[in-house]
Write a protein that binds this ligand. Structure first.
Ligand SMILES: Cc1ncc(COP(=O)(O)O)c(C=O)c1O
Length: 414
């Protein structure tokens, strides 16, 4: 298959036909260098499948790093974007807007536990920044206690809460007031939270940190601790929110509600969208303390409303729970000495290996399956929640082939 791109030489906007190599060369000439890129150029998607410029088909268990919960080009999202693009794309939050008003109402109705105030933004990191600001503003305290292996984004505030030294070190000094304690360790959190703590900031299931879920007792303990000490419990559900783990929000698995919730990724149906959502009882922000020019734009709000409608209409959280259990059971049944552990919730699934993950990801990709790492030794599967059972079976066949590969070509390599 050939793909049309704009003429890179500028001039009249003629098209030229480019194959994957042309696209890769052109992108490499100007890209930031920040991403560990794979040598395929994806140009089209439908459901859980994407196609590269050379016409190869892949089952997409990356899903835009967990964005495409509804799959690629879901007709409801496409129609909402098309319709809104013809009505109104941009409208600052200093003015009111029909799509934004409806989204705020529909989103807060979906979030259990009294979370009724929303700051709309454009990414997960921006949602975390918003949550940190809300916590500092509303408590009047500076401290944020986050967890080891936690990932909260790359902007300087969010990065200060992110644990991985590799991401943090080049950018020191970071924002003061942040500390890290072991995840799923209530005693360690108890020792760290004091009179100056504004927020305890944690993921319910650590995604990037290796697909690790905290226990219900841990989160119930965090809830009590924050209440006793006057800190806000901030849950980062940028990756786990909106059906991914088999419930609308992962905190529903652990029987508590947060003070502040961070959302992103799937929220915009592929358009940039994030939200910091907090308890109605905490009140609203003083006028003028925070803002985001693109935040709450009608186009992203319309897409987001289509996401919420479709998640409900197709009961995708339940589907994620059911398919995730089946997929994990079948992964566990693969008799490979390379596998140390299979874990996850819903369709956020990690396979921890006894070796580095890179050659396995490459083996999967060469056989038409796209997956992610979660740290150096964990393969992470984040398929669209609409993935078909036959597609998951096809993924399993490929995983089996790669993990059981008799010639040893995947063992031990980088
Ligand atoms: C839990 C969590 N928080 C925050 C972020 C940052 O989101 P973004 O990349 O949209 O800034 C991510 C991204 O992977 C994430 O997984």
């Amino acid at each position: 298959m050939q793909y049309a791109i704009r003429n890179p030489q500028g001039g009249p906007t003629g098209t030229q036909y480019a194959q994957a190599n042309d696209i890769i060369t052109l992108e490499n000439a100007h890209t930031s260098g920040a991403y560990p890129k794979r040598p395929i150029a994806v140009v089209r998607g439908q459901g859980a499948r994407v196609w590269d410029a050379d016409g190869h088909e892949y089952i997409d268990c990356i899903a835009g790093h967990g964005i495409a919960n509804l799959g690629h080009c879901h007709p409801a999202v496409t129609a909402a974007i098309q319709e809104q693009a013809a009505a109104l794309v941009t409208c600052s939050e200093v003015l009111y807007n029909d799509q934004r008003a409806a989204l705020l109402s529909e989103l807060t109705a979906r979030i259990p536990g009294g979370l009724g105030r929303v700051f709309l933004c454009n990414s997960g990191a921006e949602a975390v920044e918003g949550a940190i600001k809300v916590a500092r503003l509303l408590t009047g305290r500076p401290g944020v206690v986050a967890t080891m292996r936690g990932f909260h984004g790359r902007t300087l505030g969010a990065l200060s809460a992110t644990w991985n030294e590799e991401y943090r070190k080049p950018f020191a000094p970071l924002v003061p007031g942040f500390s890290h304690v072991p995840f799923n360790d209530l005693a360690a959190m108890g020792a760290a939270v004091g009179d100056d703590t504004a927020a305890v900031l944690v993921e319910v299931v650590q995604g990037e940190g290796g697909v690790r879920a905290g226990d219900a007792e841990y989160f119930q303990g965090l809830r009590r601790l924050c209440d006793e000490r006057g800190a806000l419990l901030v849950l980062d559900e940028v990756q786990t929110g909106l059906g991914r783990t088999g419930r609308w929000f992962a905190y529903e698995h652990v029987g508590i509600a947060p003070d502040v919730l961070c959302l992103g990724k799937a929220l915009g149906g592929g358009l940039p969208m994030g939200a910091a959502v907090w308890q109605e009882a905490l009140g609203s922000l003083p006028t003028g303390v925070h803002g985001s020019t693109f935040g709450g734009n009608p186009l992203a709000c319309a897409a987001s409303r289509a996401v919420l409608r479709t998640l409900a209409a197709e009961d995708l959280p339940s589907r994620a729970a059911r398919l995730g259990e089946q997929f994990m059971a079948k992964l566990r049944a693969i008799p490979s000495p390379l596998v140390r552990d299979v874990r996850g919730r819903g369709l956020l699934i990690g396979v921890e290996l006894r070796q580095r993950v890179t050659p396995i990801l490459k083996g999967l990709m060469e056989r038409g399956v796209l997956a992610l790492p979660a740290g150096p030794t964990v393969v992470r599967f984040l398929p669209p929640l609409v993935i078909q059972e036959a597609e998951l079976e096809a993924v399993l066949d490929v995983v089996r082939e790669v993990l059981l590969n008799g010639d040893g070509s995947f063992a031990g390599g980088e």
